[in-house]
Write a new protein. Structure first.
Length: 476
């Protein structure tokens, strides 16, 4: 545990800055009453000061700790947090998480689990706001890191003083606030010294393998020596960039409202925009769908295909979360789905092995066919198959192979499934996933279209077939 020397006249500034931030929080996020607030308490200097300030301000506080298990000192940190909360009479809670390194690294994985656990505890304690101890130096580190990564305005905006982060906390009703964002770390140290606050030191904060630590211990001291007070100027530039990003968001929302047609973008309207506005529109579209933000290289590829692909081209651009596809000059975000056994492009030439699954209907309301990606329902109807006849049939479910014909009504001709799907506006990428049901050589039903009329009769107690695809939701 550490206590460090303090700078003159800085402690009162930390308290004043906190009080001002809390009043803004009351006005903008919780104007009527402030329910219990939670403090994300790690045991380090910043969060220990935040806990003391929240308590001194008269807030109804809950102290929440996440035990990552990444340090041999993790148990001691948890115990320190529990003791500090008990000393102030503040309810304390904690959760243990198991961090496995993901594609984005151990820091990103730990961050995701930490905020999910904090959101869970906030809901358990009825807290409407989670206070985190991010301060001015953290803001500057964030902006510099984003600058070095080549980020645009969204990245260079830094952290908001307060916002809702359902993607992190798992709840749209929870607000996350950073009331110390305008306070330098040196001022927090001064306050801790003045108040006799003890804190713990995370040994990973000195590990130079982490980019943030390299900035903190090597670059930022050099900047401070050459440009005293640079932190406030970087934060001011970040605030200007945040304002510019809000304008871009407003423009993106207006363009999205203009170009959105159903679930997709009308590419005729999109092409009428300037290149910069197209980029901004696509970023905004991904943002409102809570998808990972596309890289600049990805956007270049995406826009090039939008502007230059033939009208009949089956455009497909892969994204980590979705597939971007085009149908009838509209752009769609389609959930990524696994390939199903036996699936193929039925319009390809050549003979393939048959993958039909034989079954009999025994009166069930529905039968799940996971290998075909959905559920076949047998609904009671006034128009459909005679149930006694249907029970007697040896049925098969299969993906279409090409050449099948379907007659939907007695006064309409038999047409190929391809023609039916085209007339019904079913996108090409969906057709290969829609199965058919046969009785011997007779096609009875095609998912997405309906039943063949030649075995359909009218009267009470008939059975109508209906296919329900197990379509995954777009993540986010």
């Amino acid at each position: 545990m550490s206590r460090r020397p303090h700078g003159p006249g800085a402690a009162s500034g930390a308290a004043a800055s906190f009080a001002q931030a809390i009043e803004v929080l009351r006005a903008e996020y919780l104007p009527d009453a402030l329910p219990p607030v939670a403090v994300a308490l790690s045991g380090g200097l910043d969060s220990m000061v935040l806990l003391r300030l929240a308590h001194a301000h008269g807030l109804d506080v809950r102290a929440l700790h996440v035990h990552h298990g990444l340090s041999p000192n993790a148990d001691a940190w948890r115990d320190h947090c529990a003791a500090a909360a008990a000393e102030l009479g503040i309810p304390f809670d904690w959760r243990a998480v198991v961090v496995a390194k993901g594609k984005s690294g151990i820091e990103a994985a730990a961050r995701k689990l930490r905020y999910a656990a904090l959101g869970e505890m906030c809901r358990a304690h009825g807290a409407g706001v989670l206070l985190t101890a991010h301060h001015l130096d953290d803001q500057v580190e964030t902006v510099l890191l984003q600058l070095l990564r080549g980020s645009g305005p969204a990245g260079l905006s830094g952290m908001d003083p307060a916002n809702r982060a359902p993607g992190l906390l798992g709840d749209e009703r929870l607000a996350m606030a950073r009331p110390l964002l305008g306070v330098a770390r040196a001022d927090l140290e001064a306050f801790a010294h003045e108040q006799g606050i003890a804190w713990v030191e995370d040994e990973s904060n000195t590990d130079p393998r982490y980019a943030r630590n390299a900035l903190r211990h090597q670059v930022m001291p050099a900047l401070a020596a050459a440009f005293p007070g640079y932190q406030q100027r970087v934060a001011r530039s970040s605030a200007h960039t945040r304002s510019a990003q809000r304008l871009l968001d407003e423009l993106g929302a207006q363009d999205l409202a203009t170009c959105l047609a159903g679930d997709g973008l009308d590419l005729v309207r999109v092409r009428a925009l300037s290149r910069d506005r197209i980029d901004n529109l696509l970023r905004h579209w991904f943002s409102v769908r809570r998808l990972a933000m596309p890289s600049t290289a990805w956007l270049v590829q995406m826009v090039a295909q939008i502007l230059s692909a033939r009208d009949d081209a089956q455009l497909l651009v892969e994204h980590p979360d979705v597939e971007v596809r085009r149908h009838r000059d509209h752009l769609f975000l389609v959930p990524r789905r696994p390939h199903l056994a036996g699936m193929r492009d039925p319009d390809d030439a050549g003979i393939i092995e048959k993958h039909a699954h034989a079954f009999r209907w025994q009166g069930e309301a529905s039968i799940a066919f996971p290998d075909y990606g959905g559920v076949l329902h047998f609904d009671a109807a006034e128009r459909g198959f005679d149930p006694a006849w249907l029970r007697a049939q040896g049925l098969e479910i299969d993906f279409r192979k090409g050449g099948e014909k379907l007659k939907l009504a007695h006064n309409r001709p038999s047409r190929s499934l391809k023609m039916h799907y085209q007339a019904s506006g079913v996108p090409a990428w969906e057709r290969g996933r829609l199965p058919v049901v046969n009785a011997g050589f007779d096609l009875l039903f095609a998912a997405g279209l309906g039943m063949d009329c030649r075995h359909v009769t009218e009267g009470p107690g008939r059975v109508a077939l209906r296919w329900e695809s197990a379509t995954p939701a777009i993540p986010g």
